[in-house]
Write a protein that binds this ligand. Sequence first.
Ligand SMILES: NC(=O)c1ccc[n+]([C@@H]2O[C@H](COP(=O)([O-])OP(=O)(O)OC[C@H]3O[C@@H](n4cnc5c(N)ncnc54)[C@H](OP(=O)(O)O)[C@@H]3O)[C@@H](O)[C@H]2O)c1
Length: 295
Amino acid sequence: MVEANAKFSVKNLFNVEGRVAVITGGSTGIGLMIAQAFANNGARVYVTSRRAETLENAAKKWGSELVHPQGKIIPVTADITDKASIKTLAKEIAKQEKHIDVLVNNAGIDGDTSSVEKGHESVQALQKELWNEEFQMWQDVYKTNVIGYFFTTVAFLPLLSAAARGNHTGSVINISSISGITRTTQHHYAYNTSKAATIQLNLLLAQELRRPGVKVRVNSIAPGIFPSEMTTSGSDDKNKSAIPVDESYGEKKGIPAGRPGREEDMAQAALLLACNEYMYGQVVAVDGGYLLEHP
Ligand SMILES: NC(=O)c1ccc[n+]([C@@H]2O[C@H](COP(=O)([O-])OP(=O)(O)OC[C@H]3O[C@@H](n4cnc5c(N)ncnc54)[C@H](OP(=O)(O)O)[C@@H]3O)[C@@H](O)[C@H]2O)c1
């Protein structure tokens, strides 16, 4: 009886000890939260982004005192908008690892904003405002948030597939956004359009990579508002960001939880998608109820 009960302990349900993870954009914000979630539970985590110093700082500050002795945070620079760089990244990791259990496609950019409220003034005012956006900005956002996710997944396919044994499969977690689901622009057409495309890419990859010759699960987390370099003015000497919150925060932002997301909220979602081997093709919103107020 005790043995039959043991599988229900949290330690067994969310066991990532000895697992290997790769997290793009893993040096700050949401990527770093997920890196800490895996590494503090015994996974070897490769964090990757363009700024070498930021990466090394994340590994030094957060990787040196992990609560699990097997955990590691290993920095590797790469640019997910450059195919050669993605290929080099996959090759470098293949020299160290026979397989990877989790790829988190997280590196993203937000692009420019427009004052869409100009539409209350006049059609001319709105047209002038929106015409200021540039093709290049739209392309850059799409290139990172969608095409980068696609090629990074493709580059890691053999290593992800090699993780399959018994009930276990390698898996991809695509960090999309509630911005790709809500019907409001949130002032950024390009970003929200790109994130809707991330969600569609998630579905298409889930569908194709389930094939018996591949056996890779694909799911997505659609975060609400979390502190990061993207959502604040930057990060501190530990690569962490903070969003000031007062009592009216929840009402102002339309968030029933009354606060931005915590690191633990993101960690729990990432561990769930990595460990639940029965989840395929899902998009899990972790948003404090934002989408209920902004459907
Ligand atoms: N924070 C939120 O509220 C929120 C909500 C919904 C979704 N998201 C999504 O969450 C993901 C993480 O963003 P974040 O909010 O945590 O912001 P962040 O702190 O700015 O993190 C983004 C990371 O991506 C890296 N990056 C950007 N372009 C890259 C490229 N071409 N190649 C490799 N790395 C690149 C950045 O590092 P380098 O500049 O050094 O490359 C940075 O570490 C994004 O996809 C974002 O859209 C965030």
